[in-house]
Design a protein around this ligand. Structure first.
Ligand code: CP
Ligand code: NVA
Length: 304
């Protein structure tokens, strides 16, 4: 049974094929060419956290592929009333063809996948957000071409997004610079696993140094979902980690800016950067739709 819980689940060949397929699916959709590859298939979408892009892109994606998606927020299912992960996985996977989960602890998606008879997709956990990185890589490819050999730079929190960039490094063969405030570094075990596989990752104390040589600069909110009560403290600790025009000018001249969204202008990114000419954030958001359609096709389509 194939699942997509982290980017470590993708081989380099499959990863590249998914991006290429996403570009084709984007063109088919733009042309109005039907591609009902998942006709008759259903996707259950479990959410324990808020979402705009992830919910809409999976739901619209299933519709465009000829299938159907069910939005299952935990506050309206028995999961939210304490039915176990294992029992929920056993039951739901007898009815649907695939399941996405957005939740808190990463162990929940792992447990769900263990008991599921159908593919499970991680739609964000506290640890990782792999679907977003697929969309980001697709967006880089569309704007700047080949990914292998490039340098990408992360500024800010050592969170689920940075973890997914770390996991993607080796598979897609790019180098990663990152600068996080002290105390907000990425998970040491996840980082060690990536570097043990040969990922080229360099940590910087100074964000202005980290962006030097970067072909893409990216960041994320200072307080992720579930960390709302740390917002004020984080705002102080992250004060020097805003991606500004001055910071972008230290990157390569052709560098682009990405952000998974939602963004807080004036915190992790200056308005003139996210709304400026180097920003590709709207294409990045749209590409969630196209790349997840490629992912759904890979996981749910059975030939013949
Ligand atoms: N980037 C992202 O996952 O957005 P949502 O939280 O709106 O789904
Ligand atoms: N790091 C953010 C990403 C949101 C898409 C969060 O987990 O809230």
């Amino acid at each position: 049974m194939k699942h997509f819980l982290t980017l470590m689940d993708l081989s380099a060949t499959t990863g590249k094929a998914l991006l290429a397929r996403a570009i084709v699916l984007k063109r088919l959709q733009a042309e109005g060419t039907p591609h009902r590859i998942l006709a008759g298939k259903t996707l259950g979408m479990i959410f324990d956290k808020s979402s705009t892009r992830t919910r809409v892109s999976f739901e619209v994606g299933m519709f465009q592929l000829g299938g159907h998606a069910l939005f299952l927020h935990s506050n309206v299912t028995q999961l939210g009333r304490g039915e176990s992960i294992a029992d929920s996985a056993r039951v739901l996977s007898r009815m649907v063809d695939g399941i996405t989960i957005r939740t808190f602890e990463h162990a929940i998606v792992e447990e769900f996948a263990r008991y599921s008879q159908v593919p499970v997709i991680n739609a964000l956990t506290n640890l990782t957000h792999p679907c977003q990185i697929l969309a980001d890589l697709m967006t880089f490819w569309e704007h700047r071409g080949v990914i292998a050999g490039r340098t990408f730079c992360w500024i800010g929190d050592g969170n689920n997004m940075l973890h997914s960039w770390i996991n993607a490094c080796r598979t897609f063969d790019f180098s990663l610079h990152y600068a996080c405030p002290a105390g907000y570094e990425p998970d040491a075990a996840l980082l060690a696993a990536a570097t043990a596989q040969g990922a080229n990752i360099v940590a910087f104390d100074d964000p202005m140094q980290a962006v030097v040589g970067a072909d893409m600069v990216t960041t994320d909110v200072w307080a992720s979902m579930g960390q709302e009560d740390e917002q004020a403290q984080r705002k102080k600790n992250f004060a020097h980690y805003q991606v500004t025009t001055a910071m972008m000018s230290e990157a390569n001249p052709n560098a682009i800016f990405m952000h998974c969204l939602p963004a807080h202008r004036g915190e992790e990114v200056a308005a003139e950067v996210i709304d400026g000419s180097q920003s590709v954030v709207w294409d990045e958001a749209e590409n969630r739709l196209h790349v997840q359609k490629a992912l759904l096709e890979w996981l749910l389509h059975v030939d013949g």
